[in-house]
Design a protein around this ligand. Sequence first.
Ligand code: GDP
Ligand code: IMO
Ligand code: MG
Length: 428
Amino acid sequence: MPATVVIGAQWGDEGKGRVADWLAAQSDVVARYAGGDNAGHTVYVGEQVFKLHLIPSGILRDQAVCLLGNGTVINPVNMVKEMEGLRAAGVDVSPGRLLISTRAHIIAPAHIALDAAGEKARGADKIGTTLRGIGPAYTDKTNRSGLRAGQMADPEAFADALYKHTGAANERLVRDGNDPLDPQKSAEEYIDAAYKLKPYLADTSAYLNARLREGAVILCEGAQGTMLDIDHGDYPFVTSSSPTVGGALTGLGIGARWVDRVVGVAKAFSTRVGSGPFPTEVEGELAARLRGTGENFWDEFGTTTGRPRRCGWLDMLILKYARDVNGFTELVLTKLDVLSGLPEITIGVGYEIDGTILDGIPVTTADQMRVKPVYETLPGWDEPLGSARTWNDLPKAACAYIDRIAELLEIPVNTVSVGPERDQLVQR
Ligand code: GDP
Ligand code: IMO
Ligand code: MG
């Protein structure tokens, strides 16, 4: 098992952190390859709820070295805060345990301001971003005008570069009717973080390749989800990185030959936070039932932004698409316990558009906005699932639901999560 990639099969928040934590127990290295602190990965250990935004979930497994690959974007101030939170909880985040790619890009203060300005300018057509500066940071990267993490090796020069970066961005901010930022303040905010992060900088691609050659097990922890992918998602209602399998290779600088397991993670129903198409979305009481009230930490409110998530039924066309885009070797189903008590479980198995039935998602986002789902209904079950530990503990109707998903997907669904705790996992 050289490298395993964990990827969200829907619109993010599928429970990747929980699944990565499970797989990290058997991994030597856990690596984030895309995105930044727009992610929110929740892991429940004992009585502690960890909300990881940038640092891989593997940090909660003592034997795993964790790293942020070149494909990620890093807000140094938020990174330091996250490290301090983990340290306070007794987690080892010392250099050597945690590495940052010198090639990763920096989210500068101006990126955050530009993210907010962009959303404001889009008005009703806003994407609903996490306002973490993700889009503008990746824009600078592809425009070849970005700042790289390696620049933190010289914190004074890094602060100087930030000063200039803020000045240049101010021209745009002011032109579009926004307040300018104070370049001196930007530089001062980041220099302290740069001094703290400098010891963590490394050539993470070289590190991973050396570890792979010596037989280490690498876990690549995806953030976001397939439908938020810049190429394969519902553009423009996407993030600006590649959460899909190709992103793991470019975002870490490792070869395809090492990846032998691609684990798709899907929630047993669907959620989306932010704008964009969601054919199987439901409203009213049922949405509130799936979302939960917010009193449990696993209820459907954003880990990063606190926004209530839109909720709906499972959409098999989305899952089939994600299977194909990523080459899933298996699917892990999470939050099956949330469906207990529903009289019927509905699955989206097709789409209808202009009187035509589709068996795959349409090419354009505009058409994806218009499709009407074709549903199939299965019997529900009343039993709570939280204490299930073996397949035999699952009610027949729950097994039938899982089996139907596996049948439609034509890949194994042999691992099911029935609660946020580490041991609330059932394997066939
Ligand atoms: P991620 O972004 O994909 O890591 O997912 P999030 O952490 O944003 O959201 C998933 C939420 O569901 C978290 O609060 C998890 O603790 C929780 N969770 C994961 N698996 C299960 C499960 O099987 N049952 C329940 N009830 N909660 C789960
Ligand atoms: P995890 O890793 C859910 C969504 C935002 C918005 C769009 C673009 O926890 O699954 P961005 O700030 O990235 O420019 O926002 O993408 N989004 C997520 N939704 N889970 C996430 O991460 C997300 N990261 C970004 O809500 O619709
Ligand atoms: Mg999340």
